[in-house]
Design a protein around this ligand. Structure first.
Ligand SMILES: NC(=O)c1ccc[n+]([C@@H]2O[C@H](COP(=O)([O-])OP(=O)(O)OC[C@H]3O[C@@H](n4cnc5c(N)ncnc54)[C@H](O)[C@@H]3O)[C@@H](O)[C@H]2O)c1
Length: 356
């Protein structure tokens, strides 16, 4: 198994403590298993079986359409009896037998790719989710986790930063990012109503910019793009004025929040999962990446060929995580310099990944 992903999984197992036992002997369906967050969930469950659940392992059904390719880390997991891979498109209705927990993480998440595949993106978030929720009506599950996004807030007004879950958002329903933002918003509406009408025990998480091991260098989100430049000894390029700000959450920290949400009793509710600080500009982030690499490079600003590259791009994104802290006991601990250092070491070991 990949040593970086195993190290992250061990942190998550340690943080969850007794909660890990809730997966004893259970079957978990994970959609989007070949993706970034999928890589973290797969390694968490497998490491859990090797450590805390040795006598009564859980079984992981890992679904992915491989719309974004086959990840390199899959090869090392072949032949494991506690992991069943299936090539499945969640938009196609299929019977899936008895499962105890469902984690729906299938959706194209990288803006460049969801804009290339807008219909598929909407379908995974709406149609695919609906199939899974209907399954959970017919065959009740113990927990259901739905991945929404911080993008449901759109470009928040400054009075709502840090953004609490109660903020309703400022979002275009027809702009270039709408296929993602609006289908995620509707996915939350589906979840809330399946909870209220059918008591499907679904909890919604809104991730704020995760990064770290498992996020392939060719993903085209900002951090892999910056790391790819410095790995190739090129000056990192920003396709904007670099002034937009974000907070970045190391993925093993975010995983603690996702699993706590899956196991919580707060159903039909959304939780922001991320970090509140530092809220950093893209320019400062690029400088930090250079610093972590130790290379004599400098940031370059360049216009994008795509006229809509920055259209509807939020100027600021920073969550309030008070609700997750209070109700889930969620505590991110890895600061940005340490997270970037770990990510840099991961990319040094994985400098190449298939495009797509
Ligand atoms: N990583 C983040 O920072 C972040 C931020 C906000 C929201 N999210 C949400 O979290 C979830 C996981 O994100 P990620 O970063 O792992 O994304 P990712 O793009 O790395 O992985 C998503 C996976 O879903 C698969 N997929 C797409 N459509 C599918 C379909 N119809 N059927 C089956 N599989 C399909 C893809 O092949 C891919 O392997 C997504 O719902 C995303 O919108 C993530």
């Amino acid at each position: 198994m990949d040593r970086h992903l195993v190290a992250d999984a061990e942190r998550v197992v340690e943080d969850l403590g007794e909660l890990n036992q809730r997966f004893r002997g259970k079957t978990v369906l994970l959609t989007g298993a070949a993706g970034f967050l999928g890589s973290q969930f797969v390694h968490y469950f497998l490491r859990l079986n090797e450590t805390a659940l040795v006598a009564s392992r859980c079984r992981l059904m890992a679904w992915d359409s491989y719309a974004r390719g086959l990840p390199g880390w899959m090869e090392a997991l072949r032949g494991r009896s506690d992991l069943v891979w299936e090539q499945r498109d969640v938009c196609e209705r299929a019977s899936l037998g008895e499962v105890d927990f469902i984690v729906h993480a299938a959706s194209i998440a990288s803006p460049i790719y969801y804009r290339q595949h807008p219909i598929e993106t909407m379908d995974a978030n709406v149609l695919g989710l609906r199939h899974l929720l209907e399954h959970a009506v017919a065959r009740p599950v113990e927990g259901f986790l739905c991945f929404s996004t911080s993008e449901i807030y759109g470009d928040p007004d400054p009075a709502n930063i840090p953004t609490p879950e109660t903020y309703r958002g400022f979002v275009s329903c027809t702009g270039p990012r709408a296929c993602y933002d609006e289908s995620k918003r509707f996915s939350e509406t589906l979840c809330v109503n399946f909870w209220q009408v059918h008591h499907v025990p679904v909890t919604i998480v809104r991730p704020f910019n995760n990064y770290g091991p498992g996020l392939k260098i060719s993903d085209r989100r900002v951090l892999p793009d910056l790391f790819r430049d410095v790995l190739d000894n090129r000056n990192p390029v920003l396709l904007s004025d670099g002034r937009a700000t974000r907070t970045f959450c190391y993925v093993a920290d975010a995983m603690k929040g996702y699993l706590r949400a899956l196991l919580s009793d707060h159903r039909g509710e959304p939780f922001n999962i991320g970090t509140e600080s530092p809220e950093i500009s893209m320019h400062a982030l690029a400088e930090l990446v250079i610093q972590v690499s130790g290379k004599p490079l400098c940031v370059v600003f360049q216009g994008s060929d795509d006229p809509h590259y920055t259209t509807d791009n939020p100027q600021r994104r920073c969550p309030s995580i008070a609700k997750a802290r209070e109700l889930l006991g969620y505590r991110p601990t890895i600061d940005l310099p340490e997270g970037l250092e770990r990510t840099w070491r991961y990319y040094l070991d994985h400098p190449v990944a298939a495009e797509g």
